[in-house]
Design a protein around this ligand. Structure first.
Ligand SMILES: Cc1cc2nc3c(=O)[nH]c(=O)nc-3n(C[C@H](O)[C@H](O)[C@H](O)COP(=O)(O)OP(=O)(O)OC[C@H]3O[C@@H](n4cnc5c(N)ncnc54)[C@H](O)[C@@H]3O)c2cc1C
Ligand code: HEM
Length: 377
């Protein structure tokens, strides 16, 4: 018979030698695996005793990683909601390393959730629970990309998402095996963070995707469930002198959020320079090209450099994959007041990390450490 664990019980296994994780409602003993994890031990330690489903999904793990999970399986998460002991989880939600990234306490979360946004408007998102929001506008911008506008309950409410962070969309979806499963994925709104009454998501849908396909199939008036904010990175004006960005495909969304914040903050003295390499397969895959070009034309401190794998015949931009030479030519050189932001498909991210290290950028600490010189969303 399969053993059942409460969240509290899992939380008590949070040391390096005795380390359990919850992934997709299953419990895994990762004690023997920590040292050999290809993504580094820090990320596993930071999730010790906790539900690591979103972190695991966000890292874009392969089927080989799922196969390793089978060997680490020790039981199922108890389905009994009474078995949820928030106190126990908060106690052990601190990373077991000396890292400074501590999990917020429940009282901090409640305070953040109810505090008004800086501009005095109330904010919508709640970190620990899903909220419903209604689709009020849907624009197809290509055969597989939609921009969806969701209404906030009050017209003077903002989403409450710090610049650089994202939210989670959750839905119960029927899987190919016929079973229903809760799926949660991350999205970065492309609307400006201070916009009141609504927010917008740009979503690229994949034929075999879960949430992306679900969002693409929504009709006006349908609702989705969102929670947040999520993410370790928080942009503050002039935090560095120069930001270099590399994104692939729908990885544009966190970049756009930061570009809009920097350019929108010029009148308040934000002088941050931005160079952005945007990599795509073909010309028709470049999302929001008009908006990016208009922003670059308007602002001397923002430059966008397109790279295409399969360019049309009349193409003046760069061609191929993003290489170390391209980075060295187009992005700022390593320096204390330079930050690199990366968002794209996992194989692209893996190869970029190597290029940045070869070019002399600092080796990233834990995957989501906001202090990383090269930060991956
Ligand atoms: C911080 C962060 C912010 C993000 N913001 C956005 C955003 O604003 N907009 C957006 O569209 N996405 C964004 N993503 C990606 C998003 O979270 C999902 O991973 C994506 O929508 C696919 O989810 P899914 O549930 O549809 O597919 P999944 O269930 O994850 O995958 C099922 C299948 O879909 C296909 N698939 C999924 N992803 C890819 C891919 N990248 N390339 C090729 N095939 C794929 C594969 O066949 C895969 O087996 C973000 C991701 C992160 C980590
Ligand atoms: C027991 C659970 C886990 C297993 C079995 C596992 C397994 C793996 C494997 C096999 C890889 C190599 C790439 C791949 O095949 O996908 C990988 C990479 C990675 N993992 Fe995990 N992982 C686990 C938990 C986590 C968690 C909780 C995180 C949190 C963020 C994480 C973050 C990463 C990252 C960022 C990489 C990419 C490293 C790189 O290419 O630079 N993993 N993992």
């Amino acid at each position: 018979m399969v053993q059942e664990f409460t969240r509290g019980q899992v939380a008590s296994h949070s040391s390096k030698d005795d380390l359990y994780l919850i992934i997709r409602n299953k419990v895994y003993n990762a004690s023997e695996f920590v040292d050999e994890h290809p993504g580094g031990e820090e990320v596993i330690l930071e999730n010790a005793g906790r539900d690591a489903t979103e972190a695991y999904e966000d890292a874009g793990h392969s089927e080989e990683a799922d196969d390793i999970l089978v060997d680490l399986f020790v039981g199922e998460l108890s389905a009994n909601p009474d078995a949820w002991h928030p106190g126990a989880v908060v106690e052990t939600s601190r990373p077991v390393t000396g890292s400074s990234k501590q999990g917020p306490t429940i009282s901090q979360l409640r305070k953040e959730a109810t505090d008004p946004a800086p501009n005095g408007l109330s904010s919508f998102l709640v970190r620990e629970s899903f909220q419903e929001t209604e689709l009020v506008e849907k624009t197809c911008i290509s055969h597989n990309v939609v921009i969806c506008r969701f209404k906030l309950p009050q017209s003077n409410q903002t989403l409450g998402l710090p610049t650089g962070q994202h939210l989670s969309v959750g839905a119960i979806l029927t899987q190919p095996d016929g079973n229903a499963k809760e799926v949660i994925r991350s999205y970065t709104p492309i609307s400006k963070s201070h916009e009141a009454g609504y927010f917008e998501l740009l979503v690229k849908s994949y034929p075999k995707g879960n949430i992306s396909k679900h969002i693409a199939s929504l009709e006006l008036g349908d609702k989705i469930r969102v929670r947040g904010p999520k993410g370790a990175f928080h942009y503050t004006p002039n935090m560095v002198r120069h930001i270099g960005m590399v994104a692939g495909g729908s990885g544009i969304t966190p970049m756009l959020q930061i570009i809009q914040a920097v350019l929108g903050g010029r009148s308040n003295g934000d002088t941050t320079e931005i160079d952005f390499i945007f990599a795509n397969a073909g010309l028709e895959d470049i999302l929001l090209m008009e908006r990016l070009d208009a922003l670059a034309e308007m602002d001397q401190g923002f430059r966008v450099h397109y790279v295409l794998e399969k360019p049309p015949s009349q193409w003046n931009g760069r061609v191929g994959y993003v290489t170390a030479d391209m980075i060295s030519e187009l992005l700022p050189k390593p320096a204390r007041d330079v930050k690199i932001l990366v968002c794209g498909p996992p194989p692209m991210v893996r190869s970029l990390k190597i290029s940045f290290e070869d070019l002399g950028f600092e080796k990233p600490l834990a995957a989501d450490n906001p202090g990383n010189q090269v930060f991956v969303f």
